[in-house]
Design a binder for this molecule. Structure first.
Ligand SMILES: Cc1ncc(COP(=O)(O)O)c(C=O)c1O
Length: 404
């Protein structure tokens, strides 16, 4: 069997569709974010990163770096085991307490990534609760979809951000079946925010538990960075809040928070928690420092919002179409995978602007886009440079100026 030929045939098909992924080889430059060194031959040596999920630049924050360095010097590098077998460090428990406090919950449980936390928690809940039904928003992240699929529980998909559809679908289920309503706060590709109060109300009416992914909101929304649920005063009505340490907190790892019984249940039954090496203590220490900082400091969030508003206004002034949404995510719609790649290449090579083209399967075909995430460390000059580049390209490519 020529396995390589089989692999290559499928890769060739991806390339033909324009959906083959090419990674930019970058070296983040601590202290200079959002600048990064580029190792690509045909790009400038230094580029400005416009698509990072290190939304607030916490990955280079002195307090976070120092916490990680101190913990490495104190404890070494790896955790040395699974949480069960020698790998639970004091740092993990300190972080779990910090996370429980962040969301006003009794307990929290750490995972090696946000992806793993969704996958493990949903697959455990769906498989272990007898006759459970999981009601999943149509645009939920792949990690939730995979977790639900793995649980083999009955799955019902409700229309994106549509509480009325959720209500109808819940009404059609047996009253005594355990129901889990799974949704996100900020949807990362369109940047829209769910109608959380209405969803919670519907779930409560049907006695369903709520499972909320706040991955693109923690650190960014709410007076202490507790996410949209904190901002809206709804955290205590959500059964489980899930998040990441890898985006606004600038580190790595994922978590769930909820009641002590819920977290103990997942801790005790989730294979994605049990059978894997724990996060390095230094990562936990850095994440704790980052969360503590953002519980108090408003300056990063404030400056991020100012730069988001500025970029939106300048794009509007030049007639460059971008999706209207209430979040920090600015998708500029291209609607063609080949053009999307081409524009990203020109931005990188000619302008030193790095933005990854977002193509299928991350977004549906025909909705390809460039997704910009302005942060507090993008200067006004960075924004002007980006807008000048996009304006030039828009004219060159004669793309439609109609707002998508
Ligand atoms: C909505 C959502 N949930 C979960 C994840 C996974 O988080 P992590 O990157 O920490 O694995 C992502 C990743 O982008 C996401 O967009």
């Amino acid at each position: 069997m020529d396995f390589d030929a089989m692999f290559d045939a499928q890769l060739d098909a991806l390339k033909e569709e324009g959906n083959y992924r090419i990674f930019a080889e970058l070296e983040r430059q601590c202290g200079q974010f959002p600048r990064a060194r580029s190792h690509d031959d045909d790009a400038p040596d230094q580029v400005t990163v416009w698509c990072s999920n290190d939304y607030l630049g916490m990955g280079q924050h002195p307090v976070v770096r120092q916490a990680m360095k101190d913990a490495v010097d104190a404890c070494g590098t790896g955790a040395g085991g699974t949480r069960n077998i020698s790998g639970t460090a004091h740092h993990h428990l300190v972080l779990e307490r910090e996370l429980a406090d962040l969301h006003g919950k009794q307990a929290a449980l750490l995972f090696t990534s946000g992806y793993v936390s969704n996958w493990a928690a949903l697959s455990t809940l769906g498989s272990r609760l007898p006759d459970a039904v999981i009601l999943s928003d149509a645009l939920n992240h792949a990690s939730m979809i995979e977790g639900i699929r793995h649980s083999r529980a009955q799955k019902v998909i409700w229309r994106h951000n549509d509480p009325e559809d959720l209500d109808r679908k819940l009404s059609a289920l047996p009253a005594n079946a355990p129901k889990i309503v799974a949704f996100e706060s900020v949807y990362s590709m369109d940047g829209d925010i769910s109608p959380m109060a209405e969803i919670v109300e519907v779930a409560e009416k049907h006695g369903a538990m709520t499972y909320l992914d706040e991955v693109h909101a923690v650190g960014l929304y709410g007076p202490r960075g507790g996410g949209v649920s904190e901002d809206l005063g709804l955290a205590d009505r959500i059964t489980l809040i899930e998040g990441t340490l890898g985006k606004a907190y600038g580190c790595m790892g994922g978590y769930v928070t909820g009641s002590a019984s819920l977290c103990d249940f997942i801790r005790s039954f989730a294979s994605g928690f049990i059978f894997t090496t724990a996060l390095p203590p230094a990562v936990a220490a850095a994440a704790t420092a980052s969360i503590r900082h953002l519980k108090v400091s408003q300056s990063e969030r404030r400056q991020q919002r100012a730069q988001v508003a500025q970029l939106r206004a300048k794009l509007d002034a030049r007639g460059i179409p971008h999706m209207d949404n209430p979040s920090h995510i600015i998708p500029v719609m291209i609607k063609d995978p080949v053009k999307c790649r081409m524009l990203a290449d020109i931005l990188m090579h000619d302008w030193g602007i790095y933005v990854q083209p977002i193509n299928y399967p991350t977004v549906p075909k025909g909705t390809e886009r460039l997704r910009f995430t302005p942060g507090p460390l993008h200067s006004d000059a960075d924004i002007d440079h980006l807008v000048a580049a996009l304006t030039t390209l828009w004219k060159q490519c004669a793309l439609a100026h109609a707002v998508a």
